[in-house]
Ligand binder design. Structure first.
Ligand code: ASP
Length: 323
């Protein structure tokens, strides 16, 4: 069973200099060499895409990765692909790929919270579980997956929830798709993605998609910066609420034709459609023509970037009208 491992860097591929500075300089071959059990499981081939911490990754890099995944999908000698990377934005990169890759060859993203030289490194176990997952028949047609701490998550749903703990990747509200026990992958859920597949060109990526989190007694300064942006992604309070004092700035964005894509800042749940009617409620967001996203703020931004690049914002998000 041929599996390709593509390494991009991150803690999983990091060594410590003297003085404890950690840098991602291991290759994909180094990662594989640390997991002897892989040899019995798969015919592993490796590729080094980059050796960077994940905050260095760009949308252009990810478009290149998507092209490479499409090539591997056409290659009959590849049954599954595992991408290793830093965990900091793995929930965004995997979702970006999920939105752009429509191949049948399973793709799983993984990484580690501890370097190979720290006590109890989690990278080798995550790599092994990821290879098991992409070789599982059910992994086909599931979109991009995230495998971490023996659990399999949908890229669309997963969130990094802890800055240091190895059990950091969680799917709030709905839970993981599958668990990896010994050599078995036990699937319990098959989510359907409502997202279209995007085919953006890197030259069409928007320059500035701002994010703004609604907070207690916030100022409207970030929203006012939105006048120069391609779009603003707004995480509203609760079911879709903002302080009334920021409404003039949102009205200006509407009048200037800057799209506002709203979601909730709550870790679970979605925006309401017709529960509250006060000024600054979800009703006001609808009157202002805001798009509705059911993703968290980071993923909303990823999807907004892709949708703008593809000229498909209206396909990508609902835009409910007040009823
Ligand atoms: N702490 C990060 C990691 O888990 C660093 C990064 O995202 O590259 O790999």
């Amino acid at each position: 069973m041929p599996v390709r491992i593509i390494s991009t860097g991150g803690t999983i591929a990091s060594t410590e200099d003297e003085g404890a500075d950690t840098n991602p300089d291991l290759t994909s071959d180094d990662l594989v060499a640390a997991v002897p059990a892989l040899g019995a499981l798969a015919d592993v081939e490796t590729e080094d895409f980059s050796t960077v911490p994940s905050p260095y990754l760009t949308f252009e890099d990810l478009l290149e990765l998507v092209d490479r995944l499409a090539e591997l999908d056409d290659d009959l000698n590849v049954d599954g692909v595992v991408v290793t990377q830093g965990t900091d934005n793995l929930d965004e990169t995997s979702y970006f790929v999920d939105c752009c890759y429509d191949g049948g060859t399973p793709v799983a993203f993984t990484g580690a919270m501890r370097t190979p030289s720290q006590a109890g490194p989690d990278g080798p176990a995550n790599l092994l579980a990821s290879v098991r997952t992409v070789l599982s028949d059910t992994a086909r047609e599931q979109g991009a997956l995230v495998v971490f701490n023996d659990r399999v998550h949908a890229a669309r749903e997963v969130v990094k929830t802890h800055s240091m703990n190895v059990d950091t990747f969680q799917t709030p509200e709905f839970g993981p798709l599958a668990s990896v026990d010994e050599n078995r992958v036990t699937w319990r859920r098959y989510p359907e993605s409502p997202d279209p597949t995007f085919e953006p060109l890197s030259s069409d990526l928007p320059e500035t998609v701002l994010t703004c989190v609604a907070t207690l007694d916030m100022s409207d300064s970030v929203l006012r910066l939105g006048r120069d942006a391609d779009a603003v992604c707004l995480a509203a309070m609760g079911a879709g609420h903002v302080p009334p004092k920021v409404l003039p700035a949102l009205e200006t964005l509407r009048d200037d034709g800057v799209p506002v894509v709203a979601t909730t800042r709550c870790p679970e749940g979605r925006l309401a459609r017709r529960t509250y009617g006060f000024r600054g409620s979800e009703r006001t967001l609808q009157e202002l023509g805001c798009y509705y996203s059911d993703l968290n703020l980071q993923k909303t931004r990823v999807k907004t970037v892709l949708a703008l690049a593809d000229g498909r914002l209206a396909d990508a998000f609902d835009r409910p009208t007040p009823s």
